[in-house]
Design a protein. Structure first.
Length: 280
């Protein structure tokens, strides 16, 4: 066989192999996550090469791209899902009005002291601020989308208490969380990042063993009602560089002290209002 004939034979053989083993372009589909716009990987490669993200902690970077937040409208109706990264970009919050579902856990011990955490320096939004026990997002997965009795959000809270604070599921049964209400708020963190959330406020009274994850938590402390008031005064005065998260401050200013009364009296069920979404 001549060299030119051999080359033609090789080319034709490779073409046949491609037709057998490779799908045609029309057979390839990507999942679209938000109102039929661009696919899952929109912005991924660009974001990964963004020089502004070069200093992002590797654990936080992974979570920003792997975690899919639940997109909702202002009535808390699910309308789609998107990456944690995209949901926290202020340009998306402002231009697309991206709004996602979140939760804030308030865990009290048997002395009715509230467990606070200081967010890790590595956190992308609001690093090193003091906040309530645990603040995060239910993800777009079956177990955390369950609407009945806020079970999806409570499942997510149990998951994140383990992730952030090492609190095992047996110490915080999902049935022990009381969802007291919801609030809608928007808060910029810096020029690039921010929050825009429908936040479920979950209360629980349990004595637990805490083993903070340093990737998520810089410090923890239990505070009494009076100690929290002093903490707020220090934050307002800018003492010791102390800062509180904006969502925690909204809860403190609008709900926490009257709900603390119910915690101490064992009457949390009387404070439940899941029909109202407080726009703060």
């Amino acid at each position: 066989m001549s060299s030119s004939s051999s080359l033609l034979y090789l080319i034709s053989h490779l073409i046949r192999l491609r037709s057998i083993y490779l799908p045609s372009p029309s057979s390839i589909r990507f999942r679209s996550h938000f109102h039929g716009e661009s696919p899952t990987f929109r912005g991924f490669s660009a974001a990964m090469t963004d020089s502004k993200d070069a200093g992002m902690d590797s654990v936080q970077r992974r979570l920003m791209f792997e975690d899919e937040c639940i997109l909702v409208d202002e009535t808390d109706r699910v309308v789609g899902h998107d990456s944690k990264y995209n949901c926290h970009l202020m340009e998306n919050i402002e231009a697309k009005n991206l709004l996602h579902r979140a939760f804030s856990v308030f865990l009290f011990n048997s002395n009715y002291e509230l467990l606070l955490q200081q967010r890790s320096k590595a956190k992308v939004t609001f690093p090193l601020v003091w906040t309530n026990t645990c603040c995060s997002h239910p993800l777009y997965r079956e177990s955390e989308l369950i609407e009945e009795n806020t079970l999806g959000v409570r499942n997510a809270a149990q998951r994140k208490l383990l992730d952030e604070l090492g609190i095992v599921a047996e110490d915080v049964p999902v049935d022990e969380f009381t969802a007291l209400g919801r609030m809608l708020y928007k808060a910029p963190s810096d020029g690039k990042w921010g929050e825009h959330e429908v936040d479920y406020l979950l209360f629980i009274v349990r004595d637990v063993k805490v083993q903070p994850n340093p990737d998520e938590v810089a410090d923890i402390k239990y505070v009494s009602r009076e100690e929290l008031k002093e903490l707020v005064k220090k934050a307002d005065a800018g003492e010791e560089g102390l800062k509180l998260s904006p969502w925690f401050r909204l809860v403190v200013d609008n709900f926490l002290m009257k709900w603390w009364d119910h915690v101490e009296k064992g009457t949390l069920s009387e404070a439940i209002d899941m029909k109202t979404i407080h726009k703060l």
